[in-house]
Design a protein around this ligand. Sequence first.
Ligand SMILES: *Cc1c(COP(=O)(O)O)cnc(C)c1O
Ligand SMILES: [Zn+2]
Length: 418
Amino acid sequence: MSYFKGLQCSMCQKEFAAEALYVCDSCLGPLEAVYDSDAIRRDLSREVIESRQPNLWRYREFLPIDGQPQTGFFSGFTPLVRANRLAEELGMEELYLKDDSVNHPSLSYKDRVVSVAASRAIELGVKVFGCASTGNLGNSVAAHAARLGLECYVFIPQDLEPGKIVGSAVCGPHVVGIDGNYDDVNRLCTQVGDRYGWGFANINLRAYYAEGAKTYGFEIVEGLGWKFPKHLVCPVAGGTLLPRIRRGFREMREAGLVEGDLPKIHAAQANGCAPVVTALERDLDHPEPVKPNTIAKSIAIGNPADGFHVLETVRKTGGAGASVSDAEIIECIKLLARTEGIFTEPAGGTTLAATIQLIKRGVIPKDESLVVCITGNGYKTADVMTEHIQKPSSLGRTLQEFEDFIDSQNKHHLEGAG
Ligand SMILES: *Cc1c(COP(=O)(O)O)cnc(C)c1O
Ligand SMILES: [Zn+2]
């Protein structure tokens, strides 16, 4: 039995059958999935969820498919790490990292949204599965399409990091590099989807895709022992994840799975692409598009599709925005690795740097619990760090050379200390 009822316009509430539609034909508002919430409250409990397999489908009553999941059997259920060494550096009492850098199979939060969009694409009879991507989405779409045997097109801006391009291409999709930025790629893909009837995960399948992001929030609550944290800091690109974390929290509370106040949800962006943070500062209802220029390429979206929702969510929860420089991003990638052994990509560095700024500003008090969203993996963008790490020591192969090396190091230390 499915609890998924159909789609509804999030602006004018008009109802639609669950097809590959993504905007309302009356007001152009985005469509969202609707569920039978009474039935969910009646049938679902913490015990039922806990008895299921450790993947994102353990919350399937809240996900928009009719039949059985098709993919994502190892996606989601990523670690919620209590980060004590990092907490100590920041002077925080209770700090957690929700670590989607180890999501299966493509090492970012995108494996959640794609598991759901791909499963729904199969139900809708989609023949070609694709996406407009800043890198991680392409990796995930290519991976899930490969295991499902779907023909696949990944559209990207031409100047992506090599690791991100290889990560898609190795799965055998058509990778199409466009001479332009992400927003140009997105515009083209919207036209291609209309013309050819292909299913684009984040465009005409967006209503399904977005629902997968709720599972990031569900897992945080379950991981904290069915509790909300006080604060959560989330990176923003197209704006799917941040509002869906709140939506997931509210649905869980409505279903009686958790009680209490929702966390304050804060938005993190890079200075070189901060339309949402700027709109928060200027009190705008809609972000003004910008031309991205930052090393945080996976979140470099100048015209976020769900920007309006992000602003509304941050404001309604009492959150704030913070944007940070590329230098701070690099420093925070190193800080996270040095304290917790987690190597994240620039998006994660952005989120941690924004967190530190919010703590310094007093927006996040040191005695309130905090979850920092780590959404991508640093091994994909290792090139970014080449100039910023300590080079390996280079020695010959004799013990004598090593002893000389250690002596010189110790001498260094002594001189430094003196
Ligand atoms: C896509 C992505 C995000 C967030 O994207 P939204 O479009 O705002 O949901 C965050 N971090 C990484 C690493 C990503 O790839
Ligand atoms: Zn509408």
